[in-house]
Design a protein around this ligand. Structure first.
Ligand SMILES: Cc1ncc(COP(=O)(O)O)c(C=O)c1O
Length: 366
């Protein structure tokens, strides 16, 4: 279906900075240096500084970012790793692919991991907690970190959706022991293809990851343990350096649109209001609505591309059958799954387009 108000408009964002992007591409082509060259190093440096993190390691995508950290920590069969059930499947897939068991903790009203339910999920086999900054809203890191510290657990932030988000002025990616980012085209900072990043505060982990993203090679010829090829491409890094310069401006536009939606829709649906100290970056603008399915059809029929993220929580996916979770295990997740709806919101969206979406929603409930 062709939507008059699409969920996102990546080509118009690309058009805005096309000259600079093409210059970056040309520079890489002319340099003859296409793998782990100066652009990857420069992007890692700028990204670490942006996130207020000690180190950054460019990788192939957000899933490999999660997986490589878990593998570097030695996570394996017999271990358990805790995450949230309402995330994108990759948060749990990365755990399962190490052989460890994903264990879920329900969410709170803010759609992020509920710290008050975290401790009861911790057992002697728990090694890592992966809070997800869902939709671009920071998870409750101070409480999560305090519990992790008490139980000597590693905290890996899944910040795939949340580049630039802050809590108490501190950016995501700088809170936990490590964090993973995705630069998938639907993320706020995006590549023209797949790309990802790990940030960490630990020197030893950083040094392991430099090897494990690159076949396990210590230098050109010596390999101490086999690994995958999960490198970030030089071409992606060069274009991401251009994108990074525009991220703050794009985030501000997202926030302006989100506040407008909040103002005009809060008497009709539950809007994502920011909690104290939160700086939400609205990778997804997600409302919770009565008669959600009818509202979505109404909007879609009127040419507005509204989407559900995600209609099936991870614990109810076929892939998770072996974990033997029941629907009712996570009541808050179950409750929001029937109510969530993501509305179009992107930096190229005009206020006129947004007013049209707002008017349709008011009409629906009116
Ligand atoms: C919360 C979350 N984690 C992990 C990922 C995986 O990132 P990628 O698609 O770059 O592998 C995504 C991407 O959609 C995500 O939203």
């Amino acid at each position: 279906m062709n939507f008059s108000i699409p969920y996102t408009n990546l080509s118009s964002q690309a058009a805005e900075i096309k000259t600079a992007l093409l210059q970056a591409v040309e520079y890489v082509l002319d340099s003859g240096h296409y793998i782990l060259g100066p652009h990857v190093s420069q992007f890692e440096k700028e990204f670490a500084s942006y996130c207020q993190a000690t180190h950054s390691i460019g990788v192939a995508n957000g899933t490999s970012a999660l997986y490589l950290v878990l593998k570097a920590l030695g996570i394996k069969e017999g271990d358990t790793v805790i995450t949230a059930p309402n995330s994108f499947i990759a948060s749990a897939a990365a755990i399962a692919l190490t052989g460890a068991k994903p264990v879920f903790v329900d969410i709170c009203k803010d759609m992020n991991m509920d710290p008050s339910k975290l401790e009861e999920a911790i057992t002697s086999s728990t090694k890592v907690i992966i809070p997800v900054h869902f939709t671009g809203r920071p998870a409750r890191m101070p409480e999560i970190l305090a519990i992790a510290k008490k139980h000597h657990l590693f905290v890996l932030e899944d910040a795939a959706q949340a580049v630039g988000a802050k809590l108490n002025e501190k950016r995501v990616g700088g809170w936990g022991d490590a964090a993973s980012f995705s630069f998938h085209p639907l993320k706020n900072l995006f590549a023209y293809g797949d790309a990802g990043m790990i940030t960490t505060q630990h020197n030893d982990l950083y040094n392991i990851l430099l090897r494990t993203r690159n076949h396990g090679l210590k230098n050109r010829n010596d390999c101490e343990s086999f690994s995958f090829n999960e490198r970030l491409d030089e071409l992606h890094a060069a274009m991401l350096l251009v994108q990074l310069k525009h991220l703050e401006k794009w985030t501000e536009k997202r926030r302006k649109l989100a506040f407008r939606y909040n103002t005009h829709l809060q008497s009709y649906v539950d809007t994502p209001e920011e909690g104290p100290g939160e700086y939400h970056v609205y990778q997804t603008y997600m409302i919770q609505a009565d008669h959600r399915d009818r509202l979505m059809k109404y909007l879609n029929d009127a040419g507005v591309e509204a989407i559900i993220h995600y209609p099936t929580p991870i614990h109810l996916q076929t892939a998770a059958n072996y974990l033997q979770y029941r629907k009712e295990d996570f009541p808050e997740t179950l409750n929001i799954t029937s109510r969530i709806l993501s509305l179009p919101l992107h930096p190229s969206m005009t206020f006129e387009q947004q007013d049209h979406v707002i008017a349709l929603i008011r009409q629906f409930y009116g």
